[in-house]
Structures are given as C-alpha cells and as structure tokens.
Design a protein around this ligand. Structure first.
Ligand code: FES
Length: 176
C-alpha cells in the first residue's frame, strides 16, 4: 500500500486545523445574527419613538365651504372639523373661522381675539367685530379700532380651488 494513506505523528487530541472550527463558526454566526436582530429592532424602535419629532410637517389645507355660499362683503363665521395630530394620535374638534369675502378674494380670520384669545363676534349694526372680554373693536378687515389688542386679527392662509375655499389653520400674526 502506498505510504500516503498512513497518518504519522503524535498520539492524542487532533490539532485544531487552520481556519475556523465548527464551534467558532457557530459562535461567530450567533454574534452576527444577534447583531443584525438588535440593529433591526433598535432602528425600528428608535424610529417609532422619535418619528413624531422628526416627521416633516406637511401642509394640511382644509376644505371649508363653496365660495358661492359665503356672502359677499359680510363677515361670516363657519364651523369645521379639524384633525390635529397629537404625537401618534389625531384629535378631532370643531373649530371656527371668520371669512370676509370681497368678490373672489377671501380673508380668513382666526376666531380668537389677539388680546387674550376670547372669541369675538360680528356686530352688523355697528359694522365692527366686538370682543366682549375687554370691549375691543376691530374693523371688518381686522384692524384694531379700540381696546387692548396689540395687533390686528390674525389671519389664516386661504385659497380657492375649483370653487372651494380652503384654509391652512395655522395662525398668522398681523397682516397677510
Ligand atoms: S381678549 Fe379680546 S379684548 Fe381682551
């Protein structure tokens, strides 16, 4: 028989061959798989908890009314449902906007007085907005006529598309 089929050398445990043993291989795979699972879980958990902070703010135009239904030249209040994101939830509530339509142009007023936020009303006899809390008066276009408010009525961005008046109900301080 040819001598290349005989193993010679010391008797005892087999020496560890060069390269990876089976045990080392499984240990390495366990560490790698553990790392991958931890990374995926960590990434998704992190995204879940931080996403409201990082979420890009998108414009949330709200359809309010047909333009033709808003009386021309007469301040008119309209109620609408607004969904407000609150972290991972969304709250719904009824809000109000005051419109002043002048032909095809519409002004949308925040319904809160610019003094301390009381709701005001339209006095059609005197042609003024009246805030009852501290007796402030605003003109039809929102300028302060008397009383403590520090600035005109706040306005919302407003646009008309396909005959529908939409607002972006983020308060805009002062004039448009
Ligand atoms: S809250 Fe309107 S005048 Fe004070």
């Amino acid at each position: 028989m040819d001598s290349k089929y005989y193993v010679s050398g010391p008797v005892g445990p087999k020496p560890v061959p060069d390269g990876m043993s089976r045990r080392s291989f499984f240990s390495a795979m366990t560490i790698i798989l553990g790392g991958v699972i931890s990374s995926v879980l960590g990434f998704n958990l992190g995204r879940y908890f931080i996403s409201p902070v990082w979420a890009t703010k998108k414009e949330n135009w709200i359809n309010i009314s047909l333009l033709e239904k808003i009386p021309n030249g007469i301040p008119t209040s309209v109620n609408y449902i607004q969904r407000k994101p609150d972290g991972w939830m969304a709250n719904e509530g009824v809000d109000t906007v005051w419109f002043l339509r002048q032909g095809n142009k519409v002004i949308a007023f925040n319904p809160k007085c610019t003094h301390l936020g009381c709701p005001y009303r339209w006095d059609s006899e005197k042609d003024v907005f009246v805030c009852p809390c501290h007796t402030a008066l605003f003109s039809k276009t929102g300028e302060v006529l008397s009383g403590p408010p520090p600035r005109p009525l706040d306005r919302y961005p407003v646009k008309t598309e396909n005959g529908i008046v939409k607002i972006l109900p983020e308060p805009e301080e002062g004039e448009i």
